[in-house]
Design a protein around this ligand. Structure first.
Ligand code: PEP
Ligand code: MN
Length: 296
């Protein structure tokens, strides 16, 4: 722990005013618990959020959700509003997608994590979601952060793909300063200058330990978006757990799906048989305590 006037130890960010504010919020040596639909982030059990990239139909979402529940995944993800690089790509089903998520929650009992991109839609999306996702592209949409901060729904705050640890924590602070401290941070890969065609971004597993030491907020990892190929997702999940992740966010497709027919991130989703293995690995891969404490 850093005391007043001491320089931070090597490897720890100097968070200045953020640290003093967070000391008010909570002792940063312990993780704050964030509860979503009866599921607890930041406790001894890793949380697996899983589901399709986008809600494409009731049948598809329900079938994936059943696979998630059978695998032991605790929360369902799925986008009704999709942040797409190309404006001509599928943008999500919008309100129809939210209605589908509500029906799937009713039928499976799984809590819903879904993205909101527009501050004007926070109330609408929030009336269907159990947790609001702020995507990588929106991490510095300050009006959006402020709006979700005024509400009481838990927030999954993804890292902007070019954000430093400090910038990411400042984004969290935009939410907390409005009163909402129910935030889970999600590493999802960062862009570097040396990426060839093998990946979309580099999953920054280095960030987990310093991040957990810098903030009381729980930290999870999404290994689905950095890779262009679902076969890499399981090993990256294992690596993330070993590096201190307190949960995972994983994209899932239906068994025997025609990937070319999917309207969003078709090559990234793992089939249910791989999700089974990922959930088992998340349970088996040791404690969620900080590494230094674990190694004495
Ligand atoms: C997603 O979760 O489907 C997504 C678009 O993620 P990101 O914002 O990390 O790119
Ligand atoms: Mn996706």
């Amino acid at each position: 722990m850093i005391r007043n006037g001491e320089a931070p130890p090597v490897g720890l960010p100097d968070l200045g005013v953020l640290r003093s504010r967070w000391t008010e919020y909570r002792d940063t040596r312990t993780t704050q618990r964030v509860e979503v639909h009866g599921v607890e982030f930041g406790g001894p059990r890793r949380v697996v959020i899983a589901g399709p990239c986008a809600v494409e139909s009731l049948d598809q979402t329900l079938s994936v959700a059943r696979a998630v529940r059978e695998a032991g995944g605790q929360l369902l993800r799925g986008g009704a509003y999709k942040p797409r690089t190309n404006p001509h790509s599928f943008q999500g089903l919008g309100i129809e997608g939210l209605e589908i998520l509500a029906e799937v929650r009713r039928q499976t009992g799984l809590g819903i994590v879904t993205e909101v991109m527009d501050p004007r839609l926070v109330e609408q999306v929030g009336s269907y979601a159990d947790m609001l996702q702020i995507g990588s592209r929106s991490m510095q949409n300050f009006p959006l952060l402020t709006e979700v901060g005024r509400g009481s729904l838990p927030v999954l705050l993804k890292r902007g793909w070019s954000a430093t640890l400090e910038e990411w924590l400042c984004a969290a602070e935009y939410i907390m300063k409005e009163g909402n401290r129910q935030i889970v941070l999600c590493e999802r890969g960062i862009r570097t200058g040396c990426l060839g065609n093998h990946a979309d971004s580099v999953l920054d597993l280095n960030v987990i330990e310093p991040l957990r030491r810098a903030t009381p907020l729980p930290v999870i990892v999404d290994p689905s978006h950095s890779t262009l190929n679902w076969t890499l997702v399981e090993p990256l999940c294992r690596a993330a757990c070993a590096a201190g992740a307190q949960g995972l966010l994983v994209e899932v497709v239906e068994s025997d799906v025609d990937r070319s027919g999917l309207r969003c991130d078709g090559q990234r989703g793992v089939p249910p048989r791989i999700l089974d293995r990922i959930v088992a690995a998340a349970r088996e891969t040791g404690s969620t305590e900080l590494l230094r404490r674990r190694s004495g």
